[in-house]
Write a protein that binds this ligand. Sequence first.
Ligand SMILES: [Fe+2]
Ligand SMILES: [Fe+2]
Length: 248
Amino acid sequence: MSLYAIGDLHLHYQSELKAPGQLNGAVWKNHERVFQANCARLIRPEDTLVLVGDHSWGKVMAECEQDLDYIMSLPGRKILSRGNHDMFWDAKKTKRLNEQFEGKLSFLQDNYYAYRDYALVGTKGFTFEGPFYLDQHRHIVGWDEEAQQRAEKLVERELTRLRASFEAARADGYRRFIMFLHYPPTNILEKRSGFTDMAEEYGAEQVIYAHCHGESRFHDSIMGPYRGVNYSLVSGDYRRWMPMKVLN
Ligand SMILES: [Fe+2]
Ligand SMILES: [Fe+2]
């Protein structure tokens, strides 16, 4: 039995692809078929695959049905967390989604899922992404402070949701945690954040995140061991559509 993770499938079986430049390189060509083949080779029925957000370009559930069918057809137990593009998923209606897809897909929001003696916890997260002001050497010399203040409110909301996830697991006796975010845990200005602090507070062993696309974004946040927690980026294009093994 193994635990795997990947993010950012950005499926669009029913919706028009209006992807920004960083989603259009060679790595995206037939990516859903490449990913499907990798899963078929790697993942056994008893395994768990966590999909860390940005599942579908569809704006409403009716535009996501084939994308979710594709995910359901993958091997193993599938747990989904929210990404910034997942418009079909109202965070306040996660319970309804879990009822609708019971036994087929599990949606991670304000709850947790057990894996061996671990609790898998998580939320979308949020990261300030600019606008940044650059000098002629492309060094950051400032940023939009109003946008940063708006971002701080969204970060607070996501931290509340993440704490609810940790607390639900802790109330059931779990003491070992793997934490999933869609956004990176820190923005490019930060060395630590509310998300890294919470991972440390609860003793999460790993933080898994996605959202960063294209070579120039892969190193926007923390990777590897940092202050007792191991951080991994699992965006699909970074992983070249090979799920990362998180735990045996
Ligand atoms: Fe994405
Ligand atoms: Fe994203």
